[in-house]
Design a protein around this ligand. Structure first.
Ligand code: PGA
Length: 247
């Protein structure tokens, strides 16, 4: 039985004051019988670490560099993330693939860099609306995941995968539990062919997960939790999703 994982992706939201309130609220609402983490803007990681000291809530970053160190202005290495206590780094989020032209191979290299420094990559895959309508969903997510599997090799079993249909992110449109499960099953099968740890790996669903649709999504056999954007910014909403994951 896989323990569920719920990860808040704050994206480019927050302030010192707002974060303090949100984190204090979560501390009060938890703990839950699920693994819970928040991936915050990098500039707030250190303060988040302090605020979460002594709690079971983990924290992480929303991206990491594929490079070890050096002349890469503006980049943050996975060694630095590990240094400040990050457990996770999201890599390959569709917003980075779209707005920063991140290729499948760059995403794979970032995942590898994260693992090399003890940071668990949360690798996002997902199709656009046009790709779904063209019947390409399976081919797209398999291509995205294949690049990561090929690059990670025997470390494949150590990542977390997040299926995030691009058309469902921030739109209020959610994949139905059946639609999501169908893709998760495809991803699980692909992982199974690559690693004997596939049955223990967590595949999260992301895309307009809210308190009211979380129970149905999390009830699917291959959905092991969620990557939560908008609803992770409100204590009550995020806490309700964490509670749904605990059942
Ligand atoms: P959303 O975002 O929950 O606001 O749709 C999810 C994500 O992009 O990780």
């Amino acid at each position: 039985m896989r323990k569920k994982l719920v990860v808040g992706n704050w994206k480019m939201h927050g302030s010192r004051a707002a974060n303090a309130q949100l984190l204090a609220g979560l501390k009060e609402a938890g703990p839950w019988n699920a693994d819970v983490a928040v991936c915050v803007p990098a500039v707030y990681i250190a303060e988040t670490a302090l605020a979460l000291t002594g709690t079971a809530i983990a924290y992480g970053a929303q991206d990491c560099s594929s490079h070890e160190q050096g002349a890469y202005t503006g980049e943050i290495s996975s060694a630095m993330l590990h240094d400040v206590g990050c457990r996770y780094a999201i890599v390959g989020h569709s917003e980075r693939r779209a707005y920063h032209a991140e290729s499948d191979q760059l995403v794979a290299d970032k995942a590898k860099a994260a693992l090399a420094h003890g940071v668990t990559p949360i690798v996002c895959v997902g199709e656009t609306r046009a790709e779904r309508e063209a019947g390409q969903t399976e081919a797209v997510v398999k291509r995205q995941l294949a690049a990561v599997i090929h690059t990670l090799g025997h470390c494949t079993g150590e990542m977390v995968v997040a299926y995030e249909p691009v058309w469902a992110i921030g739109t209020g449109l959610t994949a139905t539990p059946e639609q999501a499960q169908a893709v998760h099953a495809v991803l699980r099968a692909q992982l199974q062919a690559a690693t004997d740890r596939a049955a223990a790996m967590r595949i999260l669903y992301g895309g307009s997960v809210k308190a009211d649709n979380a129970p149905q999504l999390f009830g699917q056999p291959d959905i092991d939790g969620g990557l939560i954007g908008g609803a992770s910014l409100k204590v009550a909403d995020f806490a309700a999703i964490c509670l749904a994951a605990a059942h």
